[in-house]
Write a protein that binds this ligand. Structure first.
Ligand SMILES: *Cc1c(COP(=O)(O)O)cnc(C)c1O
Length: 417
């Protein structure tokens, strides 16, 4: 059966791409197709999976919850999984200044909520601040709000006239810190900035671009001096991708709002969290009904998704979990040394469990670089799921990946000609 007879796939030119691979089951870091061919999922299925596919513990917990309560309206009603998850995130994991959890459905909506919270915060206080600052090359999602704060690129070209104005500043990449700081200081010179949104330390879809905590800390410091709401989009970086629970932990200055999704449920179900500081919440808490936050989705705080997230946290908090992070990290570090010798890759960069490098080409490093399809097919043929961003190859494996599986991935990269 041709699946594309009925399905329109995301991020896919349906006319040009080959048939999608039909996956029957998953186990640990491995996916199996309908011919029982296996694939090492070296990108955690679009950066979502933490503990491996079809994890029996998460499956058991979700199954148990499903027999009690699958879903309930979240306005006027609440439930244990939503409460337990919010309490646990705030008390045990998020920075100390984080005070409340607002639920939604995915990464884009968690960003959408964050932007709306920040803008209405100033509106409720009767202070005319609406300007938003974001990084060039940023990716915050595919809805109109999240597209607005993302790099205006070929993907979003059709919508540029419909997006709201955002002030973009260059990234503080090595050697460009001064350029970034100057642009930032200029952008905040008038008292009209509502919020600064950023992907802490690693810009994911923008090409796995990495920058230093000290550079971010400097920007956050400047933002704080001007009362600018700092929004950390940790949708990709959250849950130990960078070696710590959240990338924001590398910085002394904490964000006022944090966006979580992807790894939140261990990669099991769609769920979004926008976590905020008390002063934000307080600006909505009022006798005036119109100051409330009028936003919500029908599946907000779905009990099954919250249960999957709680089960994933159980696994994160288990003894030995951090060892799996450290092992991937040190293997990546060793591999970084090896791949430096390979002449056709450059810009090798690594933080935590993510390693990225660019295939040298004559054309520009970007998503539409023609080597992307060749690389993608090369790895798929070898039973490895890597989905290069243009000529940028990166690894972001589930934490259960074995040393042997990781070595197989490394070897196939080194064998690429
Ligand atoms: C993937 C991603 C998003 C969007 O999340 P979706 O769940 O795909 O909507 C937002 N921000 C960052 C940093 C991401 O990597």
């Amino acid at each position: 059966m041709d699946h594309t007879e009925y399905i329109w796939h995301p991020f896919t030119q349906m006319k040009l791409e080959t048939q999608p691979i039909k996956i029957i089951r998953g186990e640990g870091a491995i996916l199996f197709d309908d011919n029982n061919k296996s694939y090492i999922d070296a990108i955690s299925s679009w950066w979502t999976n933490l503990h491996g596919h079809a994890h029996p513990y998460i499956a058991k917990k979700v199954f148990e919850q499903h027999q009690i309560l699958e879903h309930v309206i979240f306005a006027g009603f609440t439930h244990e999984p939503a409460l337990n998850l919010a309490k646990r995130l705030i008390e045990d994991h998020l920075p100390e200044n984080i005070f409340k959890i607002f639920y939604s459905d995915n990464g884009s909506t968690s960003v959408e909520v964050a932007i709306k919270m920040a803008i209405k915060y100033w509106f409720n206080r009767n202070i005319p601040k609406t300007k938003i600052i974001a990084f060039e090359s940023a990716y915050h999602g595919d809805t109109f709000g999240s597209m607005s704060v993302s790099e205006r690129d070929a993907f979003t070209k059709a919508f540029h006239k419909n997006l709201f104005d955002v002030t973009f500043i260059p990234l503080p990449l090595k050697g460009q810190e001064e350029k970034c700081n100057q642009a930032f200081e200029k952008a905040i010179s008038e008292n009209d900035v509502a919020a600064f949104i950023y992907e802490p330390l690693i810009l994911g879809a923008g090409g796995m671009l990495m920058y230093e905590p000290a550079s971010l800390n400097y920007l956050l410091q400047k933002a704080k001096e001007k009362d600018i709401i700092c929004i950390a989009d940790e949708v990709m970086t959250g849950f130990f991708r960078t070696g710590k629970m959240f990338a924001s932990e590398y910085c002394e200055i904490k964000p006022d709002i944090m966006c979580l999704s992807k790894g939140l449920t261990g990669g099991t179900m769609a769920l979004g969290v926008t976590a905020c500081a008390q002063f934000i919440y307080d600006a909505f808490y009022n006798d005036d009904k119109m100051k409330a936050f009028y936003h919500g989705h029908s599946y907000t705080a779905n009990p099954l998704a919250c249960t999957a997230a709680l089960a994933s946290l159980d696994l994160v908090e288990k003894e030995g979990f951090i060892d799996s992070i450290n092992i991937i990290q040190s293997q990546h570090q060793k591999f970084a040394e090896t791949i430096k010798q390979a002449t056709h890759f450059e810009n090798i960069r690594q933080r935590g469990t993510i390693i990225a490098f660019d295939l040298k080409t004559n054309s520009e490093t970007n998503y539409f670089n023609s080597s992307r399809d060749i690389l993608y097919r090369y790895f798929i043929e070898r039973g490895i799921l890597l989905r290069p961003l243009g000529n940028t190859v990166y690894l972001m494996p589930p934490y259960c990946i074995t040393a042997e599986q990781l070595q197989l991935v490394y070897a196939s990269i080194l064998e690429y000609k």
